[in-house]
Ligand binder design. Structure first.
Ligand SMILES: [Zn+2]
Length: 198
């Protein structure tokens, strides 16, 4: 069986957020042309069966475990709430009350509990019997604890909205790719300025 490369591997995202990264970007709305080929958007988890496969591939489903319509709906709600929250630039997030409320509400179906490993390391894991997608939220909390959640951003290009991890030292990037999204935006701004000038 051909196993496709995970997004977090392709884009070299730190391991502590790969699940969160793959989950929020399972909806790909990017529209661009690369080497003459148009990139069409997609949704990796658009049906309960595809979500099941996605979770199984990441060890989030026990043997014989299934995803029903209710689980699927909750997962899509959680993804949308996460994307809506991350759509706000980091500096605006403290004021993004509505997005914060939605995310809080969507997370209710994914309860977490403390787990202490043999060597004393602690982490938040899904409560037994609950949806293992809660691990996505565990990673988000971990990221916030490390002070790195502000590095997880939505690309400022309307034709993209890819969620990227800003590894730049000053953490001031606006675009997932300066060569594609940054250039497109700069060219557009330049044209607007030219039109105004003439
Ligand atoms: Zn982009």
């Amino acid at each position: 069986m051909l196993v496709s490369m995970r997004l977090s591997e392709k884009y070299d995202v730190p391991a502590e957020l790969e699940l969160l990264y793959d989950f929020v970007n399972s909806l790909d709305r990017r529209r661009y042309v690369e080497n003459g080929v148009a990139h069409a958007g997609s949704d990796e988890i658009d049906t309960p069966r595809r979500l099941e496969a996605w979770m199984r591939e990441r060890g989030l489903l026990q043997r014989g475990g299934h995803v029903d319509a209710g689980d699927h709906r909750a997962a899509l709600e959680l993804r949308q709430a996460l994307r809506d929250f991350l759509l706000n630039p980091p500096e605006d997030r403290p004021q993004a009350r509505e997005a914060a409320r939605h995310l809080t509400a969507a997370s209710r179906k994914f309860p977490l509990m403390l787990a202490v490993a043999d060597k004393g390391a602690v982490e938040l894991v899904p409560v037994p019997g609950s949806n293992a997608l809660g691990r996505v939220l565990g990673q988000m909390i971990g990221l916030a604890e490390m002070g790195r959640l502000a590095r997880l951003k939505t690309c400022a290009s309307d034709e993209c909205h890819w969620i990227f991890f800003d590894r730049s030292k000053p953490a001031n990037r606006h675009w997932c790719s300066s060569s594609i999204c940054g250039n497109r935006q700069k060219t557009r701004a330049y044209r607007v300025r030219q039109r105004r000038a003439s």
